[in-house]
Ligand binder design. Structure first.
Ligand code: C2E
Ligand code: MG
Ligand code: MG
Ligand code: MG
Length: 279
C-alpha cells in the first residue's frame, strides 16, 4: 500500500499495471495484421446432452497465436478488438471458420456449432446479411448455428436493437444467452428476447461443488431451470468440472452441459477423434 510504503500517496503506478498497459497497446496495434496473417485459430468444446451423454454441438472459441507472446486466450484480446471495432471482421472470420468446420466434420447432418457474438457485432448493420451469406455459401441450415450473446450485452437493449436477433431467430438460427445469471437482468424481460437457450454461468456450477452444495445456488439453478422451461427455453450449464456437478445438474433438469469433465476445448482434429459425427 502506498501509505505503508513511505507515506507518499501519489507514488508511480505499479510497474505491473504499467507493463499491462503497454502490452494492451501493442496487442491492439497488432490486431489487424494478425487477422491478415492468419494468426487467429479456433478451438472447439463439445456440448453434451445430459439425458444420454451424447454430443449435441460444439462451441467455437477463438485464440491468438502471437508471434512473440505465444498463445493468447480471448480474454486478452477480444475486449481490445471490441474497442477498436476489429471484432467485426474478426467475428465474421470466426463465423465462416466455424460453419466451414462443422461441414468438414460431417458427411450428413452437420453438428450444431455455437459462435460467440460481441455487443459491437450485434449492433453492426451487416450482422444479418453476413450471417445469411455465410450459411448460404456453405449450404448449412440456419438451425445448425447457435449465436451466443451475453446477457449483459442485451440489458437495456430496445426493440430496434433486438431486431437483428429476432430476424436471425425467425430464419431458424438458435440464440443463446451466455453467462446467464451474472447480468442482473430482469427475469421478466426473458420473454421479450429471441433466445432459445440459457447458458447458466459457471459460477452456479462452482457453487454446487461444495459439500454440501451451496443451498442458494441449488435454489437458483432449480428456479432458473423451471422458469426457462416454462418459457420454452433449453438450459445449458457451463463449467462442469466434476462428475458430482454433472449428476446434480442433470437431476436439477439442465438439458445440456459443457466443461472440462467432458472435454477441454481442442483443435478440430482432436475434436473430431472424440466427438465428430460420422455421418
Ligand atoms: P464463454 O463464451 O462463456 O466461453 C466459455 C469459457 O469457459 C471458455 O473460455 C472455455 O474455455 C471455458 N471453460 C469451458 N469449460 C470450462 C470448465 O469446466 N472450467 C473452467 N474454469 N472453464 C471452462 P475461453 O475460451 O477463455 O473464452 C473466454 C470468453 O471469450 C468466452 O466465454 C467468450 O465470451 C469470449 N470468446 C471466445 N471466443 C470468442 C469469439 O469468437 N468471439 C467473441 N466475441 N468472444 C469470444
Ligand atoms: Mg460462449
Ligand atoms: Mg459462456
Ligand atoms: Mg462464461
Amino acid at each position: 500500500r502506498a501509505k505503508d510504503a513511505g507515506g507518499n500517496r501519489y507514488e508511480l503506478a505499479d510497474p505491473d499495471s504499467e507493463a499491462r498497459a503497454i502490452d494492451r497497446h501493442s496487442l491492439t496495434n497488432r490486431l489487424p495484421a494478425a487477422l491478415e496473417r492468419d494468426e487467429f485459430f479456433l478451438e472447439y468444446q463439445p456440448l453434451i446432452r445430459m439425458s444420454d451423454g451424447r454430443v449435441d454441438g460444439a462451441e467455437a472459441l477463438v485464440r491468438w497465436k502471437h508471434p512473440v507472446h505465444g498463445r493468447l486466450g480471448p480474454d486478452r484480446f477480444i475486449p481490445l478488438a471490441e474497442h477498436t471495432g476489429l471484432i467485426v471482421p474478426l467475428g465474421r472470420w470466426v463465423l465462416e471458420q466455424a460453419v466451414a468446420q462443422t461441414c468438414a466434420w460431417s458427411d450428413g447432418d452437420p453438428l450444431r456449432v455455437n459462435v460467440n457474438l460481441s455487443p459491437r457485432q450485434l449492433h453492426h448493420p451487416d450482422l444479418v446479411p453476413d450471417t445469411i451469406a455465410v450459411l448460404e455459401s456453405a449450404g448449412v441450415e440456419p438451425s445448425s448455428l447457435c449465436l451466443e450473446v451475453t446477457e449483459s450485452a442485451l440489458i437495456g437493449a430496445d426493440e430496434d436493437e433486438l431486431k437483428p436477433l429476432w430476424q436471425l431467430a425467425e430464419i431458424g438460427v438458435d440464440i443463446a444467452l451466455d453467462d446467464f445469471g451474472t447480468g442482473y437482468s430482469n427475469l421478466a424481460n426473458l420473454r421479450k428476447l429471441p433466445a432459445t437457450t440459457l447458458k447458466l454461468d459457471r459460477s452456479f456450477t462452482q457453487g454446487l461443488q461444495q459439500h454440501p452444495a451451496d443451498p442458494v445456488d441449488l435454489t437458483f439453478v432449480e428456479g432458473i431451470v423451471s422458469l426457462a422451461h416454462a418459457l420454452g427455453l433449453a438450459v445449458t450449464v457451463e463449467g462442469v468440472e466434476t462428475e458430482s456437478q454433472a449428476d446434480q445438474l442433470r437431476d436439477l433438469g439442465c438439458d445440456t452441459a459443457q466443461g472440462w469433465y467432458y472435454a477441454r476445448p481442442s483443435s478440430p482434429g482432436e475434436f473430431a477423434k472424440d466427438w465428430a459425427p460420422t455421418g
